[in-house]
Design a protein around this ligand. Structure first.
Ligand SMILES: [Zn+2]
Length: 298
């Protein structure tokens, strides 16, 4: 039976920028239908409500996050549902040592549950590391491991890719990745290749969610772009690796479904001064995201 799909997709983007006082992140953005919109440009200041920005042609930019525009996409190609989906979560998120409510989700379902990835299947990812600065590749691996522990999500590295980031990346690319949702794309890139990184924006990250009709939404794929030249300039500073790691973790936080918060102690704050990694609020949010529903139907 051919289901009419009421497809809702949002790509959530966060730009980041180095400021004199430390790092600042742009605001997450929500755009419609599998498109990533432009970042805030040269950011930013503390967290705030993003403006609508410049819509990408063919896409509708929405603000503030988290919102999304339902779009009819009955003709959209989708992979067979339930690939690798198990009855139970594959892993267990690490319970945070300290309780905290200092977290926000980019999107929630009507029952209040956060929109995240199904924990009952592995989250595959590929890395375009052609432009990765010397010594920076391992920072992605380390960051993925941190996210996996915090969410219980099992990640599988599918290897390198030549796929370039795109503002309208299809979530299903059968020729490139087979009969499944495309893997999460982590790309070391440049502002020339990825105009969202122009100016002081150093990274963007977000995921695409999917639902049937008005049903619950889940992320099916995502992308994360890192400004390789900019990070290369900073990584040799004494704290350069820590800052780069903070950028990657922050963007992965968006990929998993976290929004910015007002608490400057959290990594999901719009700026960071000292790159200490995830704090209690971030970890509690990731813990909840790790308990998203299983989705045999997607
Ligand atoms: Zn951000």
């Amino acid at each position: 039976m051919r289901l009419m799909l009421n497809l809702v997709a949002a790509a959530l983007i966060a730009g980041t920028a180095f400021l004199a006082a430390g790092l600042a992140y742009g605001d997450p953005r929500v755009v419609a239908l599998f498109g990533l919109d432009r970042p805030q440009g040269p950011v930013v200041g503390p967290d705030g409500v993003p403006d609508a920005g410049t819509p990408v042609p063919g896409h509708t930019a929405l603000a503030p996050a988290p919102q999304e525009a339902p779009a009819e996409a009955s003709g959209l190609d989708t992979p067979p549902p339930g690939l690798e989906e198990q009855d139970q979560p594959l892993g267990q998120p690490k319970k945070p040592a300290v309780a905290s409510t200092a977290y926000r989700f980019l999107a929630t379902n009507s029952d209040g549950s956060p929109v995240g990835y199904s924990p009952c299947r592995p989250l595959h990812y590929v890395v375009n590391s052609d432009l990765a600065p010397q010594g920076a590749e391992r920072l992605v691996d380390d960051s993925i491991a941190v996210i996996s522990r915090a969410t219980g999500i099992v990640f599988i590295f599918d290897g390198p890719t030549a796929e370039a980031p795109s503002p309208s990346r299809p979530p299903y690319q059968k020729d490139a990745y087979g009969d499944r949702w495309a893997p999460l794309l982590i790309a070391w890139t440049t502002p020339e290749q990825a105009p969202r990184l122009q100016g002081s924006v150093v990274g963007t990250g977000g995921s695409t969610h999917f639902s049937f009709g008005g049903g619950p939404r889940s992320f099916v794929t995502g992308s994360l772009e890192l400004d390789a030249p900019q990070i290369a300039r900073d990584i040799d500073r004494a704290d350069g690796a820590a800052y780069a790691t903070a950028v990657i973790l922050h963007e992965l936080g968006h990929v998993m479904g976290l929004d910015h918060v007002q608490d400057p102690a959290q990594l999901m704050y719009g700026e960071i001064g000292t790159p200490d990694g995830f704090a209690a609020g971030d970890l509690n949010g990731l813990y909840e995201l790790g308990q998203a529903r299983c989705r045999k139907d997607l």
